[in-house]
Design a protein around this ligand. Structure first.
Ligand code: MCN
Ligand code: SMO
Length: 787
């Protein structure tokens, strides 16, 4: 419902619904994804994967496969061990145990789907056919699949060199927790279960190592969210420098967290390119994606909430067991999700006493890693369910209970019991605004009427707060050198008058080409169409990490603002010289510099030509570089928050949950582009609906994946996704350049909790509590029959 923006009007672009400039390309089949890149002489790779969850590799017979015409070679770990080191995710966390990730199994496999051997062939068809000719003998070993059993002291070890299967053990204690639970007016105790998910990007993982024989150099094209991290990691593991190794993510068809980690196949294509001195491509298929791309959200939580008679929270306690799968993922570690769960559990509320503890247990399943929301969908689900259970016990309205406990406007900055500091954000205002936009009171009346007719209508509320755009202080705390909390922009005005702004972020659907151009155009007074934004190329900036953790709006925009300001000041200085005036007498608008006190003007391209090639006009001591590099570090980052309200109706015959109404009031600070913000929120809500109602990676009791196709792993479609009404609270972030806050993950944080509360409400006459997600029709059937 936004009016298109007229460009070149000289109006400020930040805050405007500028149409996404990348869409013409992406929607018309002109995108350039890794698989679209054609190189002359390449070898295609296929991957032989384990069909056993935990086994010893007894033998690999490659003879028959090698004999197939067109097969170039078959490789196991021994064949590439001289080219690449295994990956070990480092952390300073106390009690942390890491794992050694060999790109190809070194004698043992630890999940179904783990790579054991690869085949190189002249075509992908031959490479895939040859897989059937490999003879791999695996001897299954005894292991626990259940994380609770696996966490016991005498459980068999998945990694024989470790002292237990517990990789991470962490807790936060603040306030007098025991006293809070001594004799509260109401005590809520419950157990929760969030089942395993996977990201399901439209584009599977694809890697192409372009080998330049003359220099022994590799240019890796990767469908990654983090090309800078991959470059730095591979440089170390392959023992190459940045002069020989560059990493580029061209167009990437979604990531959702699943493309933030270093993958075995990325290591293998590079190691083999080095070994055989040829370019190598691997294009993963959907089956491979569903069993080997990082998974997430596999948690069991026991939680308690104590409240007094008027509804004030006295204390909160949660014990979390996180099933992190086979390896501590590189570079994020096994702590990435589990630790965030207990960090964010207290939510946007005043919690005077808190004890949160977590263990992350390794089991023979695909490794888990970042997934939209990272831990916070789980903590929000638990906390918001507890709030509703407390409201019910107190006979209070759930909205009223939340309002009572939320950090109030005058209390910011507020330090949570886990040590997070919330800067001023629209917590209470958002809750009130959501209620108004939802017509909360009317919907409650409608609900009672519907109930009287025997219909299962429910209303759910969930509020949350998260940190976004995190800077160096937060990134540094677990000692993860690779996530720096900064981004860099190199901006230049070239001799044709084009402005190029290169960033360390890596767009994979977020529209950075548009939003970063908006930011830079405003700072420079340039026309947006004169700005070319480059992202996702490790050789475009000396250091960058990519896009994840809802960081780009804050970090990359900040770097862009700093770089553009400096470039502008240099351009101003030279224009002032040419006009023989002061810089205060100049106005930058529409890619042109005007003198205010006279009718002089010079457009950017003319200024560029003058500086670069009309050597007589600006003397050497007045000539300044038209390329600027700036790095931005917001130090702590900022708070993003929202309230979701949802109305559902459950079909009493099929138990299908229909989402009838969905309203969000959110605070992502100053919006750069409301069209993109809305798109991000809607996409993230869709993902949260998947998590709440449909998506579940199912491993059976012997470690086999039962959801290895999109028939069995159900993702939401347009049929499940309602129209989402969004209210923007738009409170400028106090501590970030531009006042931006991140927004990319929020929808996925709020939706599972809101839907769980709504379905619980719809089933209230049965006394069911929806404490296990996804709440599929089968689970609703079981809940109703249990009560
Ligand atoms: N934005 C804005 N105004 C704000 C905040 C953000 O206009 N106040 C815009 C940004 O400029 C950017 C987009 O919204 O174009 C998202 O910004 P941000 O919240 O900073 O998130 P990132 O760009 O860092 O993207 C990462 C985030 C994450 S962590 C996941 S997971 C996710 C997500 O983005 N995966 C996505 N959104 C996705 N969208 C698509 N299409 N595909 C994915 O895989
Ligand atoms: S899970 Mo998002 O890539 O941080």
């Amino acid at each position: 419902g936004y009016e298109p923006v007229k460009s070149g009007s000289g109006e400020r672009l930040v805050g405007q619904p500028v149409r996404r400039t990348e869409d013409a390309r992406l929607l018309c089949g002109m995108g350039r994804y890794v698989d679209d890149i054609e190189l002359g002489d390449i070898l295609h790779m296929s991957v032989y994967r384990s069909d056993k969850p935990y086994a010893k590799v007894l033998s690999i017979n490659t003879e028959e496969a090698k004999a197939l015409p067109g097969v170039y070679g078959v490789y196991t770990w021994q064949d590439i061990a001289d080219q690449v080191k295994p990956a070990v995710a480092f952390s300073r966390m106390a009690d942390y145990q890491s794992t050694v990730i060999y790109p190809l199994a070194n004698g043992v496999v630890r999940y179904v789907g783990e790579p054991i051997a690869v085949i190189l062939a002249s075509s992908r068809y031959i490479a895939e056919d040859a897989l059937n000719l490999l003879e791999v003998t695996l001897e299954p070993l005894t292991i626990e699949f259940d994380p609770i059993k696996a966490s016991q002291p005498n459980a068999p070890l998945l990694h024989e060199d470790l002292t237990s299967n517990i990789l991470v053990k962490r807790s936060f204690v603040k306030g007098e927790v025991d006293r809070a639970f001594e004799s509260p007016h109401a005590l809520i105790e419950a157990e929760f279960r969030f089942h395993r998910k996977t990201s399901v990007a439209m584009e599977n993982r694809v890697y192409l190592a372009d080998y330049e024989k003359s220099r022994g150099a590799i240019k890796l094209y990767t469908s990654s969210q983090v090309p800078g991290i991959i470059r730095d990691a591979l440089a170390e593991l392959l023992n190459m420098s940045g002069s020989q190794l560059s990493v580029t993510s061209p167009d990437v068809g979604g990531g959702f967290g699943g493309k933030t980690s270093l993958y075995p196949e990325e290591m293998i294509v590079c190691a083999l390119a080095k070994k055989v001195q040829k370019s190598i491509k691997w294009t993963g298929d959907r089956l491979e994606d569903l069993i080997s791309t990082s998974q997430a959200f596999d948690e069991r939580i026991k939680a308690r909430l104590a409240v007094d008679a008027s509804g004030n929270i006295l204390g909160l306690a949660a014990e979390v067991i996180s099933d992190i799968g086979a390896y501590s993922i590189y570079p994020w570690t096994a702590g990435i999700e589990p630790v965030q769960i207990i960090s964010f559990m207290p939510g946007p509320y005043r919690v005077p006493a808190y004890h949160g503890s977590v263990i992350a247990v390794t089991t023979p399943k695909a490794p888990t890693g970042p997934y939209r929301g990272v831990g916070r969908p789980t903590s929000t689900f638990v906390m918001e369910r507890l709030m509703n259970m407390a409201a019910k016990k107190l006979g209070m309205d759930p909205v009223e209970l939340r309002l009572k406990n939320m950090v109030r406007p005058e209390e910011f900055p507020y330090k949570t019991p886990s040590g997070i500091v919330w800067d001023k954000s629209a917590f209470t205002e958002g809750l009130v605004a959501a209620g108004e936009a939802f017509s909360y009171n009317e919907r409650r009346e409608y609900q009672s009427k519907a109930r009287a007719e025997g219909r299962w209508v429910g209303i759910g509320v969930a509020s949350y707060a998260e940190l976004s755009g995190i800077g160096s202080k937060i990134s540094a705390s677990p000692g993860m050198p690779i996530n720096t909390g900064t981004d860099t922009c190199i901006i230049s005005l070239d001799s044709t008058g084009a402005i190029t702004a290169a960033f360390g972020c890596a767009a994979h659907g977020q529209g950075h080409e548009t939003t970063l151009a908006q930011v830079v155009a405003d700072e420079l007074g340039a026309k947006i169409q004169d700005i070319r934004v480059i992202t996702g190329d490790s050789s475009a900036v000396p250091h960058g990490t990519g896009s994840y953790a809802s960081r780009t709006a804050v970090l990359s925009s900040g770097a862009g603002i700093l770089a553009a300001q400096e470039l502008k000041s240099r351009m101003a200085s030279m224009a002032a010289y040419l006009f023989n005036t002061s810089v205060e007498d100049l106005r930058f608008m529409n890619s042109s510099i005007e003198q205010l006190s006279a009718s002089n003007s010079i457009d950017f391209s003319k200024l560029a030509k003058t500086v670069y090639s009309e050597m007589g006009r600006i003397p050497a001591d007045h000539r300044l570089e038209l390329t600027v590099t700036k790095t931005y570090d917001p130090i702590f980052g900022t708070t993003s928050s929202a309230t979701h309200m949802v109305e559902v109706e459950v079909d009493p015959i099929t138990f299908k949950v229909d989402i009838k109404r969905y309203v969000i009031a959110e605070d992502c600070g100053q919006m750069i582009n409301p069209l993109i913000v809305d798109g991000q929120i809607r996409g993230a809500v869709a993902q949260g609906i998947g998590a709440a109602l449909l998506e579940e990676v199912v491993y059976d009791e012997v470690g086999q994946v039962l959801t290895a196709s999109l028939v069995d792993y159900a993702i939401p479609t347009a049929l499940e996704i309602p129209d989402v009404k969004i209210v923007h609270m738009d409170i400028k972030a106090p501590n970030t350049l531009g006042g931006f806050r991140g927004v990319g993950e929020g929808g996925t944080i709020g939706a599972p909790a809101a839907i769980a509360n709504a379905v619980t409400d719809a089933l209230s006459s049965f006394g069911c509590e929806v404490n296990e997600l996804p709440v599929t029709p089968e689970r609703i059937f079981q809940l109703i029959n249990k009560n």
